[in-house]
Design a protein around this ligand. Structure first.
Ligand SMILES: [Zn+2]
Length: 259
C-alpha cells in the first residue's frame, strides 16, 4: 500500500471521488507500469492522461524530432521545442506536470529486434505509432510473450482502438497478415487537430480501466478482445467485442496464445 501524502490526496482527490477508482484504485494506478510506443499526437494525449492520473511509471519511445507540422495536434509541444526529440521533450514536460510519476524516455525506433523487451515487467504496452509495421511487430511480440496490449491509430477524422487480449483475437486475426504495401509509409497523411487527442484520450481511458481491473485480479484472461471505431466527422463511436480468433491466423494458430 502506498503511503499517500497530503499533496497526493489533494492532487487525485477529484478522481478518487469516483467509486470506480477511490483510494484503492489510486494505489493500483500508482503501482502500474505502462509503455507508450510513439510520442506524437496519440502519445502526447495518452501520456498526459496517465501521468496526470498518477500511473506510477510511464516510459516513452520515439526516435523522431519535433517539426512545425506537428504542432497543430501534438499537445505537449510548442514552438520552442522544434528540432528536439519528441520522447525526451514529452518526458520532460510530463515530469513537470506530475513529478511523483517516474517518466522515462528512450530515443529509439521500436523494431522487431528490440520490441520484446517492452513487455518485460510492464503492465500494458500502448501503441501510439503512425505506421502499420510497428503494430504488427507489437502484436507478434505480445502473442509470443502471452501479454495483452493496446492498438491505437488515427488518420483524418477517424480512429481505431483495440485492446488485444491474450485470450482473444489478435491484430492479425482481425486485419490479416501484413501486406508488402503496408511497409511503404504514406506520408504526410491528413490528421484533424482534435483527432489524436480524442482517440488518445479514449486509449488512455481504456488503459486506466484495464489497469484498475488488472491490479485487482478482476481481469478475466478468457475475455475477448474489443474493437472501438471512432468517426469524429459523424461523431459516432462503436464498440465491438471480437469473440473468436481467426482459425487461419498464423500467430494464434501456432498455439502461442492459447491459454
Ligand atoms: Zn491471431
Amino acid at each position: 500500500m502506498e503511503d499517500f501524502s497530503h499533496d497526493k490526496l489533494m492532487r487525485y482527490s477529484r478522481q478518487m471521488m469516483l467509486e470506480q477508482i477511490g483510494r484503492t484504485g489510486q494505489e493500483k494506478l500508482a503501482a502500474s507500469k505502462v509503455v507508450i510506443v510513439g510520442s506524437g499526437g496519440l502519445g502526447c494525449a495518452i501520456g498526459q492522461v496517465l501521468v496526470r492520473g498518477g500511473v506510477g511509471e510511464v516510459t516513452l519511445y520515439d526516435d523522431e524530432k519535433i517539426e512545425l507540422s506537428n504542432l497543430h495536434r501534438q499537445i505537449l509541444f510548442d514552438e520552442s521545442d522544434l528540432g528536439e526529440f519528441k520522447s525526451t521533450t514529452a518526458a520532460r514536460k510530463l515530469s513537470v506536470i506530475n513529478s511523483s510519476v517516474r517518466v522515462e524516455s528512450k530515443v529509439l525506433r521500436v523494431g522487431k529486434e528490440n520490441i520484446g523487451a517492452l513487455f518485460q515487467g510492464t503492465d500494458l504496452v500502448i501503441d501510439a505509432t503512425d505506421n502499420i509495421p510497428s503494430r504488427y511487430f507489437l502484436n507478434e511480440a505480445a502473442v509470443a510473450a502471452g501479454k495483452d496490449w493496446m492498438y491505437g491509430g488515427c488518420a483524418g477524422m477517424m480512429g481505431t482502438v483495440m485492446l488485444v487480449r491474450r485470450g482473444g483475437a489478435c491484430l492479425e486475426c482481425v486485419f490479416g497478415p501484413m501486406q508488402p504495401s503496408d511497409c511503404t509509409p504514406v506520408r504526410p497523411f491528413p490528421v484533424g487537430p482534435a483527432t489524436p487527442m480524442i482517440v488518445g484520450g479514449i486509449q488512455a481511458n481504456e488503459a486506466v480501466k484495464y489497469l484498475l481491473k488488472k491490479q485487482s485480479a478482476g481481469l478475466d484472461n478468457s475475455c475477448p478482445s474489443e474493437y472501438i471505431s471512432i468517426d469524429l466527422w459523424q461523431l459516432r463511436v462503436r464498440r465491438n467485442t471480437i469473440v473468436n480468433r481467426n482459425a487461419h491466423c498464423r500467430l494464434c494458430h501456432r498455439g502461442n496464445n492459447s491459454d
